[in-house]
Structure formats: structure tokens, C-alpha cells
Design a protein around this ligand. Sequence first.
Ligand code: 5GP
Ligand code: SF4
Length: 456
Amino acid sequence: CGIFGVYSNDEDCNAAALTYLGLYALQHRGQESAGMVVSDGTHVSVHKNMGLVSNVFNRDILDGLRGRIGIGHVRYSTTGSSLLANAQPLLARCSKGMLAVAHNGNLVNTEDLRKELENGGSVFQTSTDTEVIMNLVARHSRENLADAILKAAQSLKGSYSLVIMSKDALIGLRDPYGVRPMCLGKLADAYILASESCAFSSIGARFIRDIQPGELVMIDRDGLRSYHLPPAPSQAICIFEYIYFARPDSNIDGLNVHMARKAMGRELAKLFQHEADVVIPVPDTGLSTAIGFAEASGIPYDIGLIKNTYVGRTFIQPNQALRDMGVRIKLNPVESVLQGKRVVIIDDTIVRGTTSGKIIHLLREAGAKEVHMCVSAPPITHPCYYGIDTSVRKELIASSHSVEEIRRFIGADSLNYLSLEALYRAVEPKEGLCVACFNGNYPITIPQEESRDKFL
Ligand code: 5GP
Ligand code: SF4
């Protein structure tokens, strides 16, 4: 998911317009639903719906959302189904007055917390962990808002980057492991919080710094104050943000995503043993990696696949026949680049292997003589519990198949994965990264029943 927040003391600040543009820049982090809550200091209004930011909001809706404080969310579901009731931000009246919450991440103890809260009389309207967070905060009715959130956070296990707002304050909180990103920016007197720094560029805001793992920032009339949760044993920033999830122009915890991907491409080139005529990316995430690969290998870079950017995900869903056509609707080969060529194709990951198989088939149909697949991550052998949909274990092709078996399944002439060591070299000198989907070393303990469900 993507989250965004804005706080200004200036009555003329149009928080809805800024949030709209911020969410628009974060659209790649979730396409299922979009929403925002704004406040003018007294009145709070909300709008959310299923679909892309540009479909959910229009000028009339934005004009009706008045205020100088706002938070927004684009959703990609991990816990809770893809339903309007689960769209965020969540807004409720509680002991703290009006409170709105938007969450990026995934809690691993949602069920336990929900049971505990239900036993205490709480009633739930959604199946998201965000509502659990809201209830936990509301329980601390005697504390001020920052203390209530800090106390509630101590019961949370898993990954969470949160933007929270009351009618007159904006709060940002990042879990002590720092799994999901969040950064702070400024636009004139307004403070901005966002999942990724690309949201700042799109509204002309200045990047100030990353929110630290375990840090809570409270922004209100008195300015910005910072508090800290007890530190985690280590940091565990999701390496997948660099490999696939984040936008290349974003800087996450001091490392630019495009640069990291280029370095992954250079590392991949060192491992590649074959002769080839052209290297092409799977757009869009493969672009930076393929440039790095071409630089280091001397194999010319070209565009062999064109992506139709205007295909919304929802459009491809209606039935199996259309789903099978999915790849063709989205990606088309450039025959004159591929005809008779030995092609290296660069992608970021193989999850189930079905998309990769279809892409390789497309390239061969377009005349490629050989297709060598290079993947800028090690095989994904373990599911993610912290907010990336790498699915249940049985669906991860690398959890039960060797590299050679996967090569045959996808129909490539060779299949080359980046090793974990080479991946680490590419993101050097970053430390404190989560790489659990490649080696099963989960930094945050997974409850038994949760792992049983996922491993079935
Ligand atoms: P596959 O070949 O496994 O069907 O699809 C691989 C494609 O899915 C890659 O192009 C990659 O960009 C994309 N992908 C990467 N990470 C994820 C993820 O976490 N979830 C899903 N559903 N797709 C992903
Ligand atoms: Fe990221 Fe993988 Fe860790 Fe999930 S398990 S947080 S996808 S590195």
C-alpha cells in the first residue's frame, strides 16, 4: 500500500489537492482502492472507493474535501479482502474524537489482538488490521494521542508504517524494524509524510529525511515532535522495496531505488555466461536493471516489449479467457528488435512462473532465436508475512522446484538468478535488511497458526 499525509497551519492550504497528487505518485503501491480524509481543524470529511486514484476522485469530490490536514491511502490487499468496506483511511469517532488511520504493512498478530479486543467488547466492521490498530489506540482514553499510539504500538507485531490524523494533528509512525518505508518532506510551511519520496517531487515538496524505524512524529500547531518506541533487536527494511515495489526515482533510507537496480543489473551481468545480441527489460521494473546489465556486459540494450500503461488491473479480471490474454493486453513484443536475436530478458522476480512463461512464449513468437532469462533477485522460496503479496508457499514455484525445473517450466534457454551475496553487494552499504522470502529467516516471529495457514 501507499500512504500520504499533509499538515499545514495555513487555512489556504488545499490538503485534498496535495493528497490527491501524492497518492497519484504512489499509485504503483496499490491499485485496488484509494481514499482520503481531510480536516479544516474542526470538520472532518472522507471519500474513498474501489479503483485507481484518477477514477476515485474528480474535481467535484476534491472541491468538497476542504481542509489543511489530510491523509490518504492506496490499497493492495494482504490482510482483508478487496472490498469497499476495507478501503482506507479508516475513520471513526472514538474516545480521542475523530480519528483516521491509513496503514502500509501487515500485522502478524491481528487475530490474537482482535480476539482480545472482542472479548473486551469491541465490535469490528472490517476485516483489516487497521481497524485493530484504531481500537487499540482508542482503548487508551486517558493518554494524550501520541502516548496512546505509542502504547498501542507496543502490542503490534509485524510491519506497519502508519499515518494517523485527528481533527487537528497528523501523526506518522514506522515500526521498530522499519520494514515498510516512510519519509518526511516540507512544502512551504506544510509537513508532508509519504511512503516514498517520489510523492514529494510530484507536489514540489522538499525531502527532509526518512522517518526512523520505531519513530513517531507528531505534527500539530506546536510544530513537529519526535518520539521513539523501544528499539527492535535489528532493523529489517524490506529488500523487495528496492527490487520491485518502489518507484525508481524514490530514495529509501538513503539509497536510490534506480541506482540499486542498476547495481543489481551489473551483478547479474557478472553471473551471465552466455553470448547474446540484445538485452531487454520487462517494463517497468526491469528497466533500471537492464541498463546496469547492458553497461557491465557490453550487450546492447533495447526495447523489446512495450507495456500498455493504460490497462488498469481490474479490467483484466472478468473471466478466464480474458485473464489468459492478460499478458498480451499488457505487453507487446517489438518484432524488429527480436527477430533472429539471442535475447536476454531482465525481470525482477519469478513468483508463480506463469507470467514469465507467457512472456518468453511471446518473445519466441516474435522471432527470438534464444531467450535467456535473468532475474534480479534470488529464488523466492518463502512467503512474505509483512505486506508484500508473494502468496502462499505452494504457489511459489521456487519453494518446490529447482532452478532447472523452473527454466523448463517457463521455457527459457537459460535461467539466471541473482545470488543473495550479489544482491547484498548491489545494495551496499545498506545493512539491516529483511531477506526472509529468500532464506526463511523471518526477523519478526510468525505465530504458529499463521504459518500453518500459509504453508498448507
Ligand atoms: P510470474 O512469472 O511469477 O507469474 O510473475 C512474475 C511477475 O510478477 C514479475 O514480472 C514481477 O514483476 C511481478 N511480481 C513481482 N513481485 C510480485 C509480488 O509480490 N506479487 C505479485 N503478484 N507479482 C509480483
Ligand atoms: Fe520484503 Fe521478503 Fe521480507 Fe516480505 S519477506 S518484508 S517481501 S524481504
